[in-house]
Write a new protein. Structure first.
Length: 151
């Protein structure tokens, strides 16, 4: 399952958005129906996880945590409690709760970014703020790839 692309869209007054057809097709081919939406851990955006990917991420997180350590229990609680189950309606729409729209700073315009096995949902303004210039991106990409080849 690979989501690719940068697609501009809008939410309606109720906070509903159409999942882009290219992403719906990937879900359909993969047999995924249930999705999970939560705020990203690091960035001011939302992440849409297919159920199988969400379950794998939860398993990975739980493997790193000690169940009888209070701070680890709190970390797991916060990660899971901030997530919402999402289903697409017959038209391919889904509802983004007012709480998550506010957290991500989304008004009406949104951008879907395919991130391999997940889909990010951004306010275009926040996305623009964090993106690197072409020159900075190229230089960082080169550094990463050269460091990898030197190992």
């Amino acid at each position: 399952m690979r989501f690719l692309g940068n697609i501009e869209a809008k939410t309606d007054v109720k906070g509903r958005a159409f999942l882009p057809a290219v992403f719906r097709k990937v879900l359909q081919v993969s047999g995924e129906e249930l999705l999970v939406l939560r705020k990203d851990v690091f960035q001011k955006c939302l992440v849409l996880y297919p159920e199988s990917v969400w379950n794998a991420k939860l398993d990975m997180l739980k493997a790193q945590l000690k169940p009888w350590k209070p701070s680890h229990q709190q970390m797991f609680r916060q990660f899971v409690s901030e997530a919402e189950a999402i289903t697409l309606d017959g038209n391919g729409r889904f509802l983004i709760s007012k709480r998550l729209l506010k957290i991500a700073g989304i008004n009406q315009d949104i951008q879907f970014i395919g991130m391999d096995d997940t889909i990010e949902i951004w306010s275009p303004q926040h996305l623009q703020e964090i993106q690197k210039s072409d020159e900075d991106f190229g230089a960082e990409f080169e550094n990463i790839m050269n460091a990898e080849s030197e190992q």
